[in-house]
Design a binder for this molecule. Structure first.
Ligand code: NAP
Length: 239
């Protein structure tokens, strides 16, 4: 896909909407070749972005995507796709817990396994895992989600410890309350107003704000930031 070494190939999972879409568009503006994924057969992403269908809950679909990724040379991996199931601990079906783990934790683990060998050969790679403020703090009804988001922080640190010496920098980014479909579905309008009151900046963040942070972390400008879990939350986790 690329000859010019400054042009990188980036894979952004869950790049059809919200934060992932903003990240994909920003990386494309930065001059990278970008591949995004979504669960639907097709997507109307811009023509210079490559779209691939994959459902991390469907083994056959994931396996076919793995075969595709094995043939690519991914320089930048952004594990963004995520789902959330909220509810009281005693009422969450185990299958729903498993689903959250599959999308939020197992898929990033597997994709990281697949991209690292080629990054090692190049002595260059950037991996950003999209975590959440609920991977730093938590609240009631968030057990599956927080389990995976705290988990991805641990995974980030462990993988970084293993691969940073090969020029592969691995970080997680923990967004606060960002204006996306997920936030609208989980919180609703009244929940959003409540949350705004708890954020020092007194507003939600935008997907574009998150994309600028990710863009820097995966760039050549970042030469020494690795293993970190960086909150972008308008100050929410610090008060
Ligand atoms: P979103 O608008 O709900 O979009 C989720 C993306 O993940 C979509 O592209 C979706 O693809 C993909 N996806 C969903 N289920 C999938 C599955 N089974 N297999 C593969 N892909 C799947 O989410 P968002 O709000 O932008 O959140 C993106 C990331 O940021 C998530 O990891 C989330 O936990 C994290 N985050 C979000 C917020 C927030 O305030 N929104 C805050 C903290 C952290 P389709 O559209 O094709 O189904």
């Amino acid at each position: 896909m690329m000859n010019d070494k400054s042009i990188k190939t980036a894979l952004v999972t869950g790049g059809t909407r919200g934060i992932g879409k903003a990240i994909a568009e920003k990386l494309c503006d930065d001059g990278h070749d970008v591949i995004v994924t979504g669960t639907s057969k097709s997507n109307d992403c811009s023509e210079n972005i490559t779209y691939r269908q994959v459902n991390f809950l469907d083994d056959k679909s994931f396996l076919s995507f793995e075969r595709f990724i094995e043939k690519e040379h991914i320089d930048i991996l952004v594990n963004n796709a995520g789902i959330n199931k909220i509810g009281e601990i005693s009422e969450i079906p185990l299958e729903e817990f498993d689903d959250v783990v599959k999308v939020n934790l197992r898929a990033p683990f597997r994709l990281t396994q697949l991209v690292i060998p080629k990054m090692k050969k190049e002595n260059w790679g950037r991996i950003v895992n999209i975590s959440s403020v609920f991977g730093k703090v938590s609240k009631e009804h968030r057990a599956p989600y927080s389990a995976t988001k705290f988990g991805i922080d641990g995974m980030t640190v462990a993988i970084s410890a293993e691969v940073s010496r090969y020029g592969i920098l691995v970080n997680s980014v923990a967004p606060g309350f960002i204006e996306t479909d997920m936030t609208r579905t989980i919180l609703g309008e009244s929940g959003i107003s409540e949350m705004k009151a708890k954020v020092p900046m007194a507003r939600l963040g935008s997907p574009e704000e998150v994309s600028k942070l990710v863009s820097w972390l995966v760039s050549e400008e970042n030469t020494y930031v690795t293993s970190q879990n960086i909150a972008i939350d308008g100050g929410f986790t610090r008060v």
